[in-house]
Write a protein that binds this ligand. Structure first.
Ligand SMILES: [Zn+2]
Length: 110
């Protein structure tokens, strides 16, 4: 999709040196406006707007990568848990937010 910021990051048109291809279908990169340190996005390389539009194999891969990264993020940031949110109103390209959280941080995020 031409005006999609995530497609531009994935194609390299918008540089994100921290963008990381987990495989040819899934890409992760830091949120440009992190709500907590370590806030990471996981997205399918191909453009879909909503998560229910994803083919099963891509949906499975997306969740698999999110689970792997969540474990790594928890370790790296010392978080108590990793919040996973899918909203989809801000950028119309399916993305999972992984947000490191502490139990005593009760603010509602996303
Ligand atoms: Zn896109």
């Amino acid at each position: 999709m031409d005006d999609c910021i995530f497609c531009k990051i994935i194609s390299g048109e918008v540089p994100s040196e921290k963008a990381h291809h987990e495989d040819d279908r899934i890409v992760s990169f830091p949120d440009l406006q992190p709500v907590r340190p370590g806030h990471t996005l996981v997205v399918p390389a191909k453009h879909y707007q909503w998560f229910w539009e994803l083919p099963d194999d891509i949906a499975n891969d997306l969740f698999k990568v999110a689970r792997k990264l969540a474990g790594e993020l928890k370790e790296k940031t010392g978080a108590d848990y990793i919040q996973l949110s899918i909203v989809g109103k801000d950028v119309p390209h399916v993305h999972m937010h992984l947000i490191p959280r502490k139990f005593d941080d009760t603010k509602k995020l996303l």
